[in-house]
Design a protein around this ligand. Sequence first.
Ligand code: FES
Length: 87
Amino acid sequence: SFEVVLQSSGVIYQIPAERSIVQVLEAAGVDVPVSCEQGICGTCLTRVLSGEPDHRDMFMTDEEHAANDQMTLCCSRSRSARLVLDL
Ligand code: FES
C-alpha cells in the first residue's frame, strides 16, 4: 500500500493493494473525472507534485512516464511511499 496526499486539503489517503486511487478517493467523496478506468483515455490524468508514480496506463508516452509529473489515477500506483497530487 501507499499514501496519497491531496495538495488542496492536506488529507492523506491510504491506498491498499486491492483498490485503485480513484476507488479510494471516490469512496471518501472526492470526485475524480474518469471514463475508461483502464488507462486508455487519459480522462483521469492528474498532476503529481511529489513522489514517484508506478505508471500502468497506455495513454502517456514513455517520455511522459519518465517525467513523473502526471499520472492516471484509475490504474497507476506508486513506487514511493507517498504521492502528493495536485487535487
Ligand atoms: Fe481513462 Fe483513467 S479513466 S485513463
